[in-house]
Design a protein around this ligand. Structure first.
Ligand code: SF4
Length: 241
């Protein structure tokens, strides 16, 4: 059984695969509490899941949680009537429901793309055989409230066995020391892992970063890493889910 917030077809708005069509499966619950979290409701379990009836039509069935794995697979696969790049397991933090992912993934008819906060190392080890692409957040202490350097390092070493890229949200509160430590961490695993710098969409306590500061951050990261891109949350200004 799985506790799901919603399932729908849309455009990936962040990261290396921005613009691709994906099915989004949002798992409920998260182990963190980031300052800029734009989905605070996703941090707790939900009574009901919203499940889109046809891809992109925005007509939803309201189904009581938890959902059986067979039912979940059937509803996800039913949205694949148009071509999608992949099925994004997102949240909340999807690895909080790793047992469900392990049972679900083999039943899905598409590439599995994992969007994760990059802290649940043991859970990633269990789910890894079923995942094709990993979008890993690297949470800086200024937004996560504490440091996750060791967890992130171990997580990235494991994830590097698959296709992986890093998303690093930059806010007005980002410190140059923590930024440098993040870049060093990625470079210590593999300097060819793509790093996406995502200027924050201001939310809650987080404030915007200045445009010239983004140029400085990118130049700094490019001293150690081969592929550093600046990409904001594009789904917000497209008005997509
Ligand atoms: S990891 Fe994601 S879902 Fe969890 S608190 Fe942070 S932004 Fe929100």
């Amino acid at each position: 059984m799985a506790n799901i917030i919603e399932i729908f077809s849309s455009i990936q708005g962040e990261g290396l695969y921005v613009g691709t069509r994906q099915i989004f499966v949002r798992f409920a619950g998260c182990n963190l509490a980031c300052d800029y979290c734009d989905t605070p409701d996703s941090r707790k379990l939900c009574d009901h899941a919203l499940v889109e009836c046809a891809p992109g039509k925005r007509i939803f069935d309201k189904i009581a949680n938890p959902l059986s794995i067979d039912y979940l697979a059937q509803r996800i696969n039913s949205l694949l009537t148009i071509r999608h790049h992949s099925i994004s397991l997102t949240g909340g933090e999807p690895l909080g429901q790793t047992e469900s992912i392990i049972k679900l993934a083999p039943k899905l008819k598409g590439l599995i793309y994992l969007e994760t906060n990059g802290t649940m190392v043991e859970k990633l080890a269990q789910a890894l055989p079923y995942i094709h692409i990993i979008s890993m957040d690297l949470k800086l202490p200024s937004i996560a409230g504490k440091a996750y350097w060791q967890e992130h390092y171990e997580f990235l070493r494991l994830a590097a066995g698959k296709e992986v890229f890093i998303k690093l949200v930059i806010t007005g509160q980002t410190g140059s020391d923590e930024f440098k430590q993040a870049v060093d961490l990625v470079a210590s695993v593999n300097n060819r892992i793509p790093l996406i710098l995502q200027p924050v969409t201001p939310c809650n306590a987080s404030t915007a970063v200045q445009p010239d500061a983004m140029l400085t951050y990118q130049a700094e990261a490019l001293k150690l890493l081969e592929n550093v891109r600046v990409i904001p949350q594009t789904h917000k200004f497209m008005g997509q889910l």
